[in-house]
Design a protein around this ligand. Structure first.
Ligand SMILES: *[C@@H]1O[C@H](CO)[C@@H](O)[C@H](O)[C@H]1NC(C)=O
Ligand SMILES: *[C@@H]1O[C@H](CO)[C@@H](O)[C@H](O)[C@H]1NC(C)=O
Ligand SMILES: *[C@@H]1O[C@H](CO)[C@@H](O)[C@H](O)[C@H]1NC(C)=O
Ligand SMILES: *[C@@H]1O[C@H](CO)[C@@H](O)[C@H](O)[C@H]1NC(C)=O
Ligand SMILES: *[C@@H]1O[C@H](CO)[C@@H](O)[C@H](O)[C@H]1NC(C)=O
Ligand SMILES: *[C@@H]1O[C@H](CO)[C@@H](O)[C@H](O)[C@H]1NC(C)=O
Ligand SMILES: *[C@@H]1O[C@H](CO)[C@@H](O)[C@H](O)[C@H]1NC(C)=O
Ligand SMILES: *[C@@H]1O[C@H](CO)[C@@H](O)[C@H](O)[C@H]1NC(C)=O
Ligand SMILES: *[C@@H]1O[C@H](CO)[C@@H](O)[C@H](O)[C@H]1NC(C)=O
Ligand SMILES: *[C@@H]1O[C@H](CO)[C@@H](O)[C@H](O)[C@H]1NC(C)=O
Ligand SMILES: *[C@@H]1O[C@H](CO)[C@@H](O)[C@H](O)[C@H]1NC(C)=O
Ligand SMILES: *[C@@H]1O[C@H](CO)[C@@H](O)[C@H](O)[C@H]1NC(C)=O
Length: 604
């Protein structure tokens, strides 16, 4: 990533700049957190309670308003798309289905759950959201449009969080505009889209260009260091990701040092955007894992670095913390970084949250040699050269621990001043199910999108679901999970990753029904383009389009007929799944096409 030459010179350069108090770049100023004493009457930590923890009042209020003002119309739009598909095929819809989706009862609570998997996953999720987007006429013709607008929640980890947060912070543009940019943004300026032609941290094979780029990233985090906060590879990664997944970078200013490149855009500022105040956005949550000195390592899955018993953290637009009863505590997201009566703002940067959830570098730190040989090694060396921070782990993302002293018997980090974060997949649960399982959210349907690289050809094999089921078994007093096979062999043998599969069709309506879409193989006899490595950072825009086109077929194919033709009734089947929990609660039997669909699409 960076060369030995840079290593030799950079500390001199940075040290000189800092000593001379040279004007820091605007991104460094915008990235620096601010500290002040907390107001005397502030209670920083909210205890969410134990077994059945409570949501923040702000989340409850947002969801209630969304349900009242937005969801009835959104479901009507979705229903009209489903009815059109049914009419074209001359298939009558069960009366209960049109009643439920028409809003004459309790509207289903849906969450869309997006996995990690680098640029492969980021693009895959964008294409799935496009297929679910009411604004896209092609998606309406395919019978899926409107699911995105009708969802109550979106949950994401790692690259899923790149897609989700980039969409939200851009005020919910169409997916094409989000990914590819537009020529006429506000004020007639072009917007950059994801700038996917450029790599993220690895920009060039020309070491001069690459070293200059990494040096700029380091100058951008220097202000945070000088303000007394730990800076790690998570911060370097944050500044690199910001050039793709937050506003402010275009192909023409990509290397400019006089713009902020998204620094200063905060999680807590998303709530001021028009689409949020209109309640038009599904309520978003990012999940991430910790690694801790006192974790129970007998509980690690193979290759995992965060045991299943560690708390899973949630970062949403209002709060940071964990619902797991080993912690069950939250602080306001706007005060992320606060500790001991010092209140911190501007720490909750969007790109930092994207980095916290996607810091996969700690996995390379299995030994000094493997660390040294990895991408991480050279960055750790320059961090060490420039920022002296004894005792700080540099391979991960660091957040001052606001939960010290809480649950000394159960909380592994109760006496640690820094919480150490690694990729949301560090426990092997690469699909973020946990937020949807919190009882008070009452999620009926989880649409899970799994773009894990499990096998040699970078396709998924269901391991994220196997692991999720294992974790829920450890927290069974708190959460319930629909039954899934306990081994990936079954997923593979039964083709559960190469076609959409519904899980939990016959369990209690209090357990969410799971609609599973995996990147498990190419659709309809096509040549695969969706299975490149998680480490690929740059994807030319033309290639992005062809990936999105193939994912559109993965979203819409259903169980292919003779392996090559889309199942035309799949949109109806998906609608049946969306309404199924409400149907059960109404005491109705499955009827007509829904009965057929559930037989074909349900596992067991
Ligand atoms: C704390 O005190 C300030 C004024 O000093 C007041 O504006 C604020 O509402 C108080 N907050 C709470 C939670 O009581
Ligand atoms: C709608 O989705 C299709 C399929 O991915 C895509 O080709 C098209 O550009 C999208 N249209 C708009 C207006 O975003
Ligand atoms: C990001 O840019 C979009 C326009 O492209 C704008 O609508 C939105 O408000 C911006 N977001 C933030 C957080 O400034
Ligand atoms: C690397 O980039 C620098 C700066 O743009 C340029 O001067 C140099 O010729 C490039 N080296 C090679 C081998 O292309
Ligand atoms: C940044 O610098 C470029 C040229 O170096 C200039 O065209 C541009 O206006 C500057 N932008 C800002 C925000 O100062
Ligand atoms: C660590 O995990 C193992 C396996 O789940 C369990 O048997 C053991 O009781 C745990 N140890 C502690 C101290 O919690
Ligand atoms: C908070 O208190 C702990 C323990 O006393 C200390 O190690 C840490 O540095 C303090 N943090 C801040 C921001 O003062
Ligand atoms: C780390 O790698 C560098 C060269 O890349 C090598 O000189 C050094 O000996 C290595 N250190 C260890 C501990 O492996
Ligand atoms: C690598 O992991 C060890 C703990 O296993 C930790 O002490 C060390 O700080 C890590 N190295 C880096 C560079 O973060
Ligand atoms: C911190 O807590 C762990 C148990 O959670 C304990 O083993 C360790 O001794 C504690 N360290 C200190 C310095 O109190
Ligand atoms: C599925 O992927 C996991 C890694 O995520 C691997 O350990 C397991 O062996 C794979 N199972 C099969 C059947 O290939
Ligand atoms: C899985 O798919 C393969 C090839 O598409 C097919 O031959 C096989 O019968 C399918 N297995 C099951 C259990 O559906």
């Amino acid at each position: 990533m960076v060369s030995a030459a840079l290593l030799a010179t950079i500390s001199g350069v940075l040290g000189y700049a800092l000593a001379q108090q040279a004007a820091p770049p605007p991104a460094a100023l915008a990235y620096t957190p601010l500290s002040s004493p907390c107001p005397a009457n502030l209670t920083l930590v909210r205890s969410a309670g134990g077994k059945n923890p409570t949501l923040s009042p702000q989340e409850s209020a947002y969801v209630a308003e969304r349900r009242r003002k937005v969801l009835p119309g959104a479901f009507k739009t979705y229903l009209s798309v489903v009815e059109r598909s049914a009419d074209q095929q001359n298939i009558p819809l069960p009366h209960y289905l049109t009643t439920i989706l028409g809003g004459q009862g309790h509207l289903p609570t849906m969450s869309i759950s997006m996995s990690g998997g680098g640029m492969r996953a980021a693009i895959f999720h964008a294409a799935m959201l496009n297929a679910f987007d009411a604004r896209n006429a092609t998606s309406a013709d395919a019978g899926l449009a409107g699911l995105l607008q009708a969802s109550t929640y979106t949950h994401a980890l790692s690259a899923g969080a790149w897609t989700m947060l980039s969409m939200l912070q851009a005020n919910f543009p169409t997916i094409q505009d989000l990914v590819f940019g537009t020529d006429s943004g506000p004020g007639g300026e072009p917007t950059g889209g994801w700038n996917s032609n450029f790599g993220i941290a690895t920009i060039s094979s020309n070491t001069t260009v690459e070293d200059d780029f990494v040096e700029v990233l380091l100058t951008e985090i220097a202000g945070k260091f000088q303000a007394g906060f730990p800076v790690t590879i998570g911060d370097v990664w944050s500044r690199a990701l910001a050039r793709h997944f937050t506003n402010g970078t275009t192909p023409s200013n990509f290397f400019a040092t006089n713009v902020t490149h998204g620094a200063g855009l905060r999680m807590s500022s998303i709530i001021d955007l028009p689409e949020f105040t209109n309640h038009a956005l599904p309520f978003p949550t990012v999940t991430t894992d910790t690694i801790s000195t006192f974790q129970n390592n007998s509980d690690l899955i193979p290759m995992g670095i965060s045991p299943l018993s560690n708390p899973i953290y949630e970062i949403n637009l209002f709060e940071f913390g964990s619902f797991d009863d080993v912690l069950h505590s939250f602080i306001p997201i706007s005060l992320l970084g606060s500790q001991n009566g010092t209140c911190v703002t501007n720490f909750d940067q969007i790109s930092f949250v994207q980095a916290v959830s996607s810091d996969l570098f700690s996995s390379d730190n299995t030994s000094t040699v493997s660390l040294n040989d990895s991408l991480l090694g050279s960055v750790v060396a320059v961090l060490n050269e420039n920022f002296e921070q004894p005792g700080i782990r540099l391979d991960s993302a660091a957040i001052p621990n606001p939960f010290m002293g809480i649950e000394p018997e159960k909380f592994i980090d109760h006496n640690q001043t820094i919480l150490v974060f690694a990729d949301g997949d560090s426990d092997g649960e690469n699909v973020p199910f946990q937020p949807a399982l919190v009882k008070e959210r009452s999620v009926d349907v989880i649409i899970a999108i799994d773009v894990s690289s499990d096998i040699a050809d970078n396709f998924a094999n269901g391991s994220a679901l196997v692991v999720a089921q294992e974790r829920v078994a450890q927290f069974s007093h708190q959460y319930s999970f629909p039954p899934v096979p306990s081994s990936t062999e079954v997923f593979v043998a039964q083709n559960l990753t190469t076609r959409p599969t519904f899980f939990g069709c016959n369990t209690s309506p209090d357990v969410p029904l799971l609609v599973y879409f995996a990147n498990g193989g190419p659709p309809l006899g096509q040549t695969p383009v969706t299975n490149f490595s998680t480490l690929v950072e740059a994807v030319p825009q033309q290639q992005v389009q062809s990936i999105m086109d193939q994912v559109f077929d993965i979203a819409t194919q259903g169980i292919p007929i003779n392996g090559v033709e889309k199942d035309p009734k799949f949109p109806l089947c998906l609608a049946c799944a969306v309404a199924d929990r409400t149907r059960a609660r109404m005491g109705k039997k499955r009827e007509g096409v829904c009965e057929t669909c559930m037989t074909e699409y349900c596992y067991n």
